[in-house]
Design a protein around this ligand. Structure first.
Ligand code: KMH
Ligand code: ZN
Length: 302
C-alpha cells in the first residue's frame, strides 16, 4: 500500500461563517478543530484566521501566531497557513504570516483569476456584511501576478517555508513552469490541484487527469508530489477518490465543502477527514501521519 497524506482546510478565507455553524471562527475554535482533524487522520492542517467577533476573514498576524502556537502545543500536524487570504487583502498582508512566522509550509497561489462565491445561498443567519462579502465577488479578481509570484517566491525562500503550489486551472501549471525557468522553484515541489472554484477549472476527474498529466509533461513526473482538493460536494470526495486512485494525496475540510453526504451537512472538519481516511483504506492506500508526510514532502523536521 502506498502512503497517502490528507490535508484538512480548517476554516477558509473565501467563505462566511453564516454558511455553516460548523465553520470555526475564534482562535480557540480553529485550534480545537485543527487538533481534532489531526486526530482523525489529517497530517496537514491548512489555516486561515477570522476576526473573532464577526468571523470575517482577515490577515491579522497576532491571530495567526496564536493559532499556529496553539496547534503546535497540542499536536504535531504540519501547520500550513495561507498566503492566499481572502477578499480585499493585499499580497503584502497575505505574505506576512510567512515572513514573520516562518512556517514549515504555506500555500502559494499560481495565478490571477476570477473567484466567485456569490452563488452561495443567502441564509437567514448571515449578517449584512456576509451577504456583501459574497456579492462583492461578482467583481473580484484573486490577484497573483507574475510580480507577486516572483516576490512571494523570494519571501518563501528567505523564510525557509516550503510552498504548496495552489493550481486552479491548467494555465497555472505553465505559470509554475515559468517560475521554475526563472530559478524560483525548489524541487521536488508540492502541488495542490484545487478544482471547482467558479472562475477556474471544474472539479471533474477528466480535468484532474489533464492537469496532472500537463504538470508531469512540463515539470517532470518525478519532480513533484501532488494532492487534489475538490471545492463543493460531491467534488471534494470525488477528487479525493480520484487522487487516491492516481497515487496523489488529498485535501478535505470546511474551507472547501460543507457536506459529508448529499443529505447531511458536516458537523466538523474531523468528520470530513474521517470519510477521506475511510476512502483511502477502501482503495488500499496507507494514511500517513504528520511525521510520514514530512518525509514524503522532504520537510526538514522529517
Ligand atoms: N480557498 C481555496 C479555494 C489559499 O488559502 O492560499 C484555496 C486556498 C488558497 O486554500
Ligand atoms: Zn485556503
Amino acid at each position: 500500500m502506498s502512503a497517502v497524506f490528507c490535508s484538512c482546510a480548517v476554516t477558509g478565507g473565501m467563505s462566511v461563517p453564516g454558511q455553516s455553524a460548523a465553520i470555526p471562527v475564534t482562535p480557540d475554535e480553529i485550534v480545537d478543530s485543527a487538533v481534532a482533524a489531526n486526530a482523525a487522520g489529517a497530517a496537514i492542517v491548512h489555516i486561515h484566521v477570522r476576526e473573532p467577533s464577526t468571523g470575517k476573514p482577515i490577515a491579522d498576524l497576532r491571530l495567526f501566531e496564536e493559532v499556529l502556537a496553539g496547534i503546535g502545543e497540542r499536536c504535531d500536524a504540519i501547520v500550513q497557513p495561507t498566503s492566499g487570504g481572502g477578499v480585499g487583502m493585499t499580497v503584502e498582508e497575505r505574505a506576512r504570516v510567512v515572513t514573520e512566522c516562518r512556517p514549515e509550509m504555506a500555500t502559494f497561489n499560481c495565478g490571477s483569476f476570477n473567484f466567485g462565491i456569490f452563488k452561495a445561498r443567502h441564509r437567514p443567519e448571515m449578517a449584512p456584511w456576509e451577504i456583501e462579502y459574497l456579492e462583492s465577488t461578482r467583481d473580484y479578481i484573486f490577484k497573483n501576478t507574475f510580480a507577486d509570484m516572483s516576490r512571494l517566491s523570494e519571501l518563501f525562500r528567505e523564510a525557509g517555508t516550503k510552498p504548496e503550489y495552489e493550481v486552479y486551472d491548467v494555465g497555472h501549471v505553465y505559470n509554475l513552469a515559468h517560475l521554475a525557468e526563472e530559478g524560483l522553484v525548489d524541487f521536488p515541489a508540492h502541488i495542490q490541484f484545487v478544482l471547482g472554484v467558479l472562475g477556474a477549472n471544474a472539479a471533474s476527474i477528466d480535468q484532474l487527469v489533464h492537469m496532472r498529466q500537463t504538470a508531469e509533461r512540463v515539470l517532470g513526473a518525478d519532480r513533484f508530489t501532488w494532492s487534489a482538493a475538490g471545492v463543493g460536494y460531491p467534488g471534494q470526495f470525488h477528487l479525493a477518490a480520484a487522487a487516491l486512485m492516481q497515487g496523489g494525496h488529498m485535501r478535505v475540510g470546511l474551507e472547501d465543502n460543507l457536506r459529508v453526504t448529499g443529505d447531511r451537512r458536516a458537523g466538523s472538519n474531523a468528520e470530513l477527514v474521517e470519510k477521506a481516511i475511510a476512502l483511502a483504506a477502501l482503495l488500499d492506500r496507507e494514511p500517513a501521519d504528520a511525521g510520514a508526510a514530512r518525509g514524503l514532502l522532504g520537510l526538514a523536521g522529517a
